[in-house]
Design a protein around this ligand. Structure first.
Ligand SMILES: *[C@@H]1O[C@H](CO)[C@@H](O)[C@H](O)[C@H]1NC(C)=O
Ligand SMILES: *[C@@H]1O[C@H](CO)[C@@H](O)[C@H](O)[C@H]1NC(C)=O
Ligand SMILES: *[C@@H]1O[C@H](CO)[C@@H](O)[C@H](O)[C@H]1NC(C)=O
Ligand SMILES: *[C@@H]1O[C@H](CO)[C@@H](O)[C@H](O)[C@H]1NC(C)=O
Ligand SMILES: *[C@@H]1O[C@H](CO)[C@@H](O)[C@H](O)[C@H]1NC(C)=O
Ligand SMILES: *[C@@H]1O[C@H](CO)[C@@H](O)[C@H](O)[C@H]1NC(C)=O
Ligand SMILES: *[C@@H]1O[C@H](CO)[C@@H](O)[C@H](O)[C@H]1NC(C)=O
Ligand SMILES: *[C@@H]1O[C@H](CO)[C@@H](O)[C@H](O)[C@H]1NC(C)=O
Ligand SMILES: *[C@@H]1O[C@H](CO)[C@@H](O)[C@H](O)[C@H]1NC(C)=O
Ligand SMILES: *[C@@H]1O[C@H](CO)[C@@H](O)[C@H](O)[C@H]1NC(C)=O
Ligand SMILES: *[C@@H]1O[C@H](CO)[C@@H](O)[C@H](O)[C@H]1NC(C)=O
Length: 397
């Protein structure tokens, strides 16, 4: 009787962690990716357009990344495995590119959203308040950066450029995914096949003041307008030591959007940047965001050919500033390097559940004392039950 009870408890202790730790990885599933650079044109002047077609069991995620103007990522989700993006290059490259980027069949689009790396602000933080309200320099307009050609590797594209005659490089790297996973480099964001990862870094820029700090301004165009930043707590800092939260820039209307059958989009990051190319705890620096703001769609369309080509110039647009460093943290000039990573996707943002490691620590930590208690109890019971029987004594010779 006691034995079977103990068996049940043991089974419970072993199995609960296993079932709960299989959190992510169920939805969405694997996608097949094909990549083409400048589809339909062999060498467009003014920058590259990367087209990644990511096909799932009954849908397609179209990922476009473009350096004609400010670096721009466009995600289009269509409910057909046959859908493709068509670019009318003559119109696209003309001053009036509106309508030159299309999905065929047109009716297959269920959601689209885009993110533009608009500008980098620099300010002189004389009093070490990390308050960008004061002493701003003219921003680096990223549409005016001279961008290199895309440097493609298996599932990623690297874009770097220099701003006029300033020193240093601005880089944006796109990674796309066929499966769930976690990137090797800190902050080791969790990704799913419906998301893409962007890394942004600022290397070797000569600061314009002795106490320079930086902001990155991002612009989101299309989809349900991104208006809220949600901070989600996570006690699992196993992958990004010392960081206990995830920030998500979302639309207020995600719920009504989902009811209509279309998935909302998201931008997600961990509030940490790194001051050296090899990210470690020692060079981590906190990241904050300002409240998202509505922006002028005409100027957004003006900064990016891809935005103008797909959305035209009157689609809902919102912007956000990401600020690097806090009061007391080292200034940009200390290493002349900053890198920050974010995830952009459709559907629900992937979230860490307790990992297998945390579960096994919990299981060992809680399970071992319980097991010892139980075994002790059983042993005492067995002794009590067997003690009074006199026949248990062996005759001594
Ligand atoms: C991906 O490609 C493999 C092999 O070509 C195929 O078996 C599989 O069905 C494809 N998956 C999707 C989601 O298209
Ligand atoms: C995709 O197809 C599967 C079965 O083929 C179905 O269960 C699932 O609901 C479909 N998903 C969508 C988003 O339509
Ligand atoms: C721009 O192109 C659109 C569609 O091709 C056209 O309707 C519009 O008249 C054009 N505008 C100008 C100023 O050329
Ligand atoms: C918006 O784009 C259209 C072409 O699609 C153009 O005719 C119009 O002048 C633009 N509006 C502004 C305010 O630039
Ligand atoms: C795809 O989405 C469009 C627009 O939401 C809808 O009209 C169409 O019926 C959908 N097609 C399929 C196969 O689900
Ligand atoms: C820095 O502090 C000094 C003295 O408190 C003040 O006069 C000055 O305006 C501050 N500068 C900035 C940029 O806030
Ligand atoms: C492309 O990137 C790889 C590493 O990602 C680098 O080794 C190589 O030098 C780069 N090529 C160019 C032309 O920048
Ligand atoms: C570029 O770097 C050199 C050496 O560090 C410096 O003398 C020069 O002023 C910098 N140029 C700009 C535009 O910052
Ligand atoms: C979206 O939500 C945020 C916070 O929940 C709120 O401050 C903001 O006003 C909302 N925006 C709109 C347009 O409702
Ligand atoms: C669009 O960009 C051009 C030059 O790139 C500039 O002259 C014009 O003022 C801009 N228009 C808007 C509305 O920002
Ligand atoms: C970002 O910060 C700069 C400088 O403070 C400001 O001019 C700009 O409007 C901000 N952008 C957004 C989207 O809040």
């Amino acid at each position: 009787m006691a034995k079977s009870w103990m068996h049940a408890l043991l089974l419970l202790l072993l199995c609960v962690p296993l079932t709960l730790s299989s959190g992510p990885g169920t939805e969405p599933r694997h996608r097949n990716i094909s990549i083409s650079l400048n589809p339909g044109h062999h060498d467009p002047p003014g920058g590259d357009l990367l087209y990644v077609r990511s096909v799932g069991p009954n849908d397609t995620l179209h990922i476009l990344f473009c350096s004609q103007g400010a670096p721009t990522l466009l995600l289009i989700h269509s409910n057909s495995t046959e859908a493709t993006v068509k670019v009318e290059w003559d119109d696209f490259l003309s001053g009036n590119s509106s309508g030159s980027v299309n999905v065929v069949p047109e009716g297959s689009v269920v959601y689209s959203g885009s993110l533009v790396f608009s500008r980098v602000w620099e300010y002189d933080d004389v009093n070490d308040t990390a308050d960008p309200g004061s002493d701003l320099f003219p921003p680096y307009e990223l549409q005016d950066v001279t961008w290199s050609r895309f440097n493609l590797s298996t599932l990623s594209a690297l874009l770097c450029g220099v701003y006029k005659d300033s020193n240093g490089t601005f880089c944006v790297q796109l990674s796309v995914f066929e499966n769930w996973g976690r990137s090797e480099l800190w902050p080791r964001l969790l990704h799913n096949p419906d998301s893409t990862q962007l890394a942004f870094w600022l290397d070797g820029l000569t600061p314009r003041s002795a106490h320079s700090r930086f902001l990155l301004e991002l612009t989101a165009v299309g989809g349900a307008p991104l208006e809220t930043v949600q901070t989600v707590r996570s006690i699992d800092d196993e992958f990004t030591p010392s960081i206990f939260t995830v920030s998500q820039w979302l639309s207020n209307s995600s719920v009504p959007d989902r009811a209509s059958g279309s998935s909302p989009g998201f931008v997600q990051w961990k509030p940490v940047a790194y001051r050296k190319p090899s990210a470690t705890l020692e060079v981590a620096t906190p990241v904050r965001h300002q409240l998202p703001r509505q922006q002028d769609p005409v100027s957004a369309a003006n900064t990016s050919k891809l935005i103008f080509g797909f959305y035209g110039n009157d689609t809902s647009t919102s912007g956000i500033n990401i600020s690097f460093g806090l009061s007391g943290e080292p200034l940009y000039g200390s290493t002349s390097y900053l890198s920050w990573t974010l995830l952009v996707g459709v559907g629900d943002p992937p979230l860490d559940s307790f990992s297998a490691l945390v579960w096994s620590i919990l299981a060992v930590g809680l399970g071992t004392p319980l097991l010892l208690l139980l075994l002790g109890g059983v042993w005492v019971c067995v002794r009590k039950l067997s003690a009074p029987t006199p026949t248990a004594y062996e005759p001594i010779n």
